[in-house]
Design a protein around this ligand. Structure first.
Ligand code: SF4
Ligand code: SF4
Length: 129
């Protein structure tokens, strides 16, 4: 789904602020992608390449960000101390943050919260609230 975004430059700044990562530190060695078990297409290094080229829209709207399992293999392998896992998670969050409607916490009701497993509620809120 295409979403409305700020300029590529300010969106990239927002991503870097949210994740603490510096996209320009990546020198495109591909070690992250070589270890990624999720067969992402575009791969983590290509997503970062898009960001470096100013193609933020292309990165944040890539289907492959939803295939990332958050295993952190990519981040462990990076010789430049970049965390592709954090960048992909940041792209997911920015994507979700701009989608409407978002979940309204107080509208969920006590019954829903009482009948939901704690882990599902917490992990859902991390992404949607
Ligand atoms: S391993 Fe690090 S430096 Fe290499 S492509 Fe991936 S993010 Fe960039
Ligand atoms: S955290 Fe995501 S991008 Fe990184 S290796 Fe695991 S599945 Fe691939």
């Amino acid at each position: 789904m295409q979403i409305l975004m700020k300029s590529n430059q300010s969106a990239l700044k927002e991503l870097e602020l949210a994740t603490g990562e510096i996209v320009s530190d990546c020198y495109q060695c591909g070690k992250c992608t070589a270890g990624c078990p999720a067969s992402m297409d575009p791969s983590p290094s290509v997503l970062i390449h898009y960001l470096k080229l100013g193609l933020f829209e292309k990165a944040v709207n890539s289907e492959s960000i939803w295939s990332c399992m958050g295993c952190l293999t990519c981040s462990e392998r990076c010789p430049k101390n970049v965390s592709p896992a954090a960048i992909v998670e940041g792209l997911k969050r920015l994507h979700l943050n701009r989608m409407k409607p978002r979940v309204i916490l107080h509208a969920l009701g006590q019954e829903f919260l009482a009948n939901s497993t704690q882990q599902a509620v917490v992990s859902g809120f991390r992404k949607f609230v």
